[in-house]
Design a protein around this ligand. Sequence first.
Ligand SMILES: [Zn+2]
Length: 205
Amino acid sequence: MDHVNEHNITCYCEQEVKVTVPEIINLENSPEKADEIIQGEFLKLICPNCGKELKPEFEIVFHFAGSGPSLLFLPEIKREAFYKGQKEVPRDHNLVIGYPELREFLLMNRSSLDRFSIEAIKLHLLQKAPSESGIVIYFEKIENEKLIFEVIGLRKDEVGIVQVPLKTYHKLVQDKDQLVQEEPYNAMFRSPYISVKLVSFEEAS
Ligand SMILES: [Zn+2]
């Protein structure tokens, strides 16, 4: 039995809701947890008072089948602390911050995609976007030899779709060893975190 923590969270209506969260989830033994995360059902609660849907985030370690690295999931509210070096993270783990990144990681994992190369594609896409737009991009799936990305923030309350040929991805995988040392790609690393969110686009235009 994995160790669990009990948390009390407070709904917007001030109602306290108790939630039980495992410290570690082994996805080899509990593959249904990955499905829950991908479907957006993971840790979803309904407030017994006002009926509002709550999706709290908690620090959790995920183990995968085989000997690959574990994944540390940090809540979005810990992002700044991690950037400032105030949040210790094991270097031999992968790291995602916030639920959309967790979901994306599992989707990439299922398709055996390389994280750097996916983030590099996002970087190319964001270089074409206005720097102040606040757009975020997440990998969604592979379809008809294309990678499908969701683009959030392009238009209010709308999710856009961008398709990128798989051959673009394969080229990045091939050139990865060189690219990771070059600007702007080298800005995507804050070990063990790899994300285009670390790149500043201010000077690009
Ligand atoms: Zn409530």
